[in-house]
Design a protein around this ligand. Structure first.
Ligand code: C2O
Ligand code: CU
Length: 434
């Protein structure tokens, strides 16, 4: 496969022989003749577009907007997305961040497919098995294409309808302008007084973002698409949304006609939710933070992490020197740099444990495709709260996480830093089924 078609400068070794073959006939498999429940057509273009409240920027759009259109499916739906690349000259793909799709639908240029070049079309078909908040983005030259607009929200609603109002807050920085749902400054969503609102925070940026609510207490009801078990109410605390990660908050808007304000990292861009014109308090980031390691109540994981079939070390470091002939600061995994990092080999059904240790001097939001991992401990402190299930884990410098997951989705899966320039600087490896 051609270098230019691959995200991060070249697919992993063995990718060509393995990707897409011998897929498990599991719940994710779709009969070829099944009619889709939801059909979406996304046309990608290079063009200028409006950032509400802040003029226009040059970048990329999907159906003339960025963020791209919200895809909202119901659990169990077969979703068919037709990607038409009209004018993205480097080619592009769509990756369904956080959705456990079969490998062939995962949309990673150079690993599961070649990039879709300008003038070409590609059809994705996958079943959305798990309800939750997700997003989609291009996975070709990701560090440029995502930043410049090729992404959008994806929500899977449960079969039984959720009570109350449902509000998306997709946060993205265009040209140093932090926006929510494509707008800068105070953005408002009108809901009646007393409404119970689920705010679906999606951090599409490269760094972590603290979020909180002023004007009413709230609960963290889901993390990376998974419901928290028995979340307690919090006030005067923020919650961290990992780069690439999602957090769903639930808040009850006051009955007295006032609104609540959702803080998004502390800048001028906030989301006000409440009755039309209702005043919302202005706040600053609370000092205290919700610790997901001990938030909520324990519940079964569905597998026993103490009976691991494989154990891996995942040490993130850094190195100064040459990479692809270029001098600079580069990230390493177990002392190696992509593509020379050995892949993590697993077999279907394995319980996998991994120790992730970051001694690189910076924070890395680590994202594993196609799977969800459970956090067992951080810096030796065991998790005591609700199972903390993530696809994007914020690993600070100096931290060590013990994580576990069930290898239940055969294929080849990228595992990389979601600070996307870091991925371009070598912080990429793969999980590979034997
Ligand atoms: Cu959201 Cu490999 O990416
Ligand atoms: Cu990183």
């Amino acid at each position: 496969m051609a270098m230019g078609y691959a995200d991060y400068g070249g697919g992993p070794r063995m990718a060509a022989e393995h990707a897409g073959h011998e897929r498990d006939l599991s719940t994710l498999t779709v009969a070829a003749d099944r009619r889709p429940d939801l059909m979406v057509r996304l046309v990608a273009r290079k063009e200028r577009f409006e950032v509400a409240g802040r003029g226009s920027v040059q970048g990329y759009t999907l159906n003339h907007v960025s963020p791209g259109p919200e895809i909202r499916a119901m659990q169990g739906d077969l979703v068919e997305v037709t990607l038409v690349n009209e004018s993205v000259s480097d080619g592009m793909t769509l990756h369904w961040h956080g959705v456990d799709v079969p490998a062939a639908e995962d949309g990673v240029a150079g690993v599961t497919q070649d990039a879709v070049m300008a003038g070409k079309t590609f059809v994705y078909r996958f079943v959305v098995r798990d309800a939750g908040t997700y997003w989609y983005h291009s996975h070709q030259q990701s560090h440029e294409q995502v930043k410049d607009g090729l992404f959008g929200p994806l929500v899977v609603t449960p079969k039984k309808t959720l009570p109350g109002e449902d509000v998306i807050a997709a946060v993205h920085t265009y040209n140093k302008i932090r926006t929510v749902n494509g707008g800068y400054g105070e953005r408002r969503t009108d809901v009646p007084p007393g409404s119970v609102v689920r705010v679906r925070l999606i951090n599409t940026d490269n760094g972590p973002m603290a979020s909180w609510v002023d004007g009413a207490p709230y609960k963290v009801v889901a993390v990376d698409g998974t419901e928290v078990n028995q979340p307690p109410q919090v006030s005067g605390k923020s919650v961290l949304v990992t780069a690439g990660g999602r957090v769903d908050l639930q808040v009850t808007v006051p009955a007295d006609g006032t609104a609540v304000r959702v803080g998004l990292g502390g800048g001028p861009t906030t989301l006000v939710v409440g009755p039309h014109g209702g005043a919302a308090p202005t706040g600053t980031e609370p000092r205290a933070r919700v610790d997901l390691l001990s938030y909520g109540k324990p519940a079964p994981l569905g597998f026993d992490p103490s009976q691991a079939d494989r154990r891996f070390e995942y040490k993130i470091g850094r190195r100064i020197g040459l990479f692809n002939g270029k001098p600079g600061l580069w990230w390493t995994i177990n002392g190696h740099q992509y593509p020379d990092v050995p892949m993590f080999m697993v077999a279907q059904g394995d319980v996998v444990r991994m120790t992730v240790r970051n001694t690189s001097g910076q924070v890395h939001p680590m994202h594993l495709h196609g799977h969800h991992i459970y956090v067992l401990s951080r810096n030796g402190t065991a998790a005591t709260g609700s199972p903390w299930r993530v696809d994007s884990l914020n690993v600070e410098d100096g931290e060590t996480y013990e994580i576990a997951f069930l290898a239940d989705n055969p294929g080849i899966w990228m595992d990389h830093c979601h600070n996307l320039p870091h991925a371009a600087q070598g912080l990429v490896t793969h999980l590979m089924y034997e």
